[in-house]
Design a protein around this ligand. Structure first.
Ligand code: GLU
Ligand code: ZN
Length: 301
């Protein structure tokens, strides 16, 4: 059997600058692709309209190029799986959301923000973890049709099994098990018709033939929901590798408040790209000997 080809992706949300944690994720994906004669895809995850920043995509692409991290497919380098910008793929997500509704794996939720807030307050008062109460999960089909035709605002939620758990092998973390009772019926399409990250990431990783999802650890708790979506669609699940978060010395998440986190900040201060690449490569890796300086070429080997 031929070994399936390695395809990985870096999938940033363009928020204005490239965080050093993002550069590390991009670098690890890039190195993994190069090492395995694979393909490195850049995908722009820009479906959150409220977080849109003018010029952010151009800036991101330019910073990656400056660092020497070249992508094989992505915006401006169209391969067979484009477009590579999520806001240009809305019809694809819509079609897939409809499929989930039709197969009973997702449902329309008409709850107003006020109702959701009341539910939350009640749960907090009862010392329960706040979660959607699945109020709309079993509405009669006719009622749903009537309310939609009447133009009522709605989101689409995926159904998470009430009991049980999901287990998967993470290439970095090992066996991970998450109980379904801690998972919400995740919103997958917002009331503005845009998909949330969770739907878009699964649909795109599948349609772009991604073999290994290498990303930050903050997405580990969402992975069971993603695996469920793969299963609902009847798709093969990719391998997952979650990179440990970059932390400040006081163990809080690396953020702007404690010094520079944007790659551009270092660049502006005159740091060489070689120094920065070497620096982020060593955040979570070492060669097992005394060597401390590696070029991109050496890191691939
Ligand atoms: N858009 C997500 C982010 O900005 C990507 C997460 C993933 O790689 O799945 O972190
Ligand atoms: Zn509802």
């Amino acid at each position: 059997m031929p070994t399936p080809s390695v395809r990985v992706r870096f999938a940033p949300s363009p928020t204005g600058y490239l965080h050093v944690g993002g550069l590390r994720t991009a670098l690890y994906n890039y190195l993994f692709a190069r090492r395995n004669n694979g393909t490195f895809v850049l995908r722009i995850e820009d479906t959150d309209q409220s977080r849109k920043v003018e010029g952010a995509v151009e800036n991101l692409i330019e910073t990656l190029r400056w660092a020497g991290i070249e992508y094989d497919e992505g915006p401006g380098r169209e391969g067979d799986c484009g477009p590579y910008t999520q806001s240009q793929r809305l019809a694809i997500y819509e079609e897939h959301a409809r499929k989930l509704i039709d197969t009973g794996h997702a449902y329309y939720c008409f709850c107003s923000p006020e109702r959701l807030e009341q539910v939350r307050q009640k749960q907090i008062a009862m010392k329960l973890p706040p979660a959607y109460d699945r109020h709309c999960r079993d509405l009669p089909i006719d009622a749903v049709r009537r309310r939609r035709e009447a133009g009522e605002a709605t989101v689409i939620r995926m159904k998470v099994p009430v009991g049980g758990e999901t287990t998967f092998e993470d290439l970095i973390r090992g066996t991970v098990t998450i109980a379904h009772k801690v998972l919400d019926d995740q919103v997958i399409v917002k009331s503005d018709g845009f998909p949330t990250y969770h739907l878009a990431v699964v649909v795109d990783d599948h349609l772009m033939n991604i073999s290994h999802v290498i990303r930050g650890e903050e997405w580990l708790p969402s992975t069971p929901k993603h695996i469920m979506l793969y299963q609902y669609f009847g798709w093969e699940v990719p391998r997952f590798a979650h990179l440990p978060l970059l932390l400040n010395p006081d163990k809080t998440k690396l953020s702007k408040r404690q010094g520079d986190v944007a790659v551009e900040d270092y660049r502006k201060k005159g740091y060489l790209k070689e120094a920065i690449i070497n620096f982020v490569a060593f955040l979570g890796w070492n060669p097992g000997d005394e060597r401390e300086i590696f070029t991109l070429e050496q890191l691939i080997q």
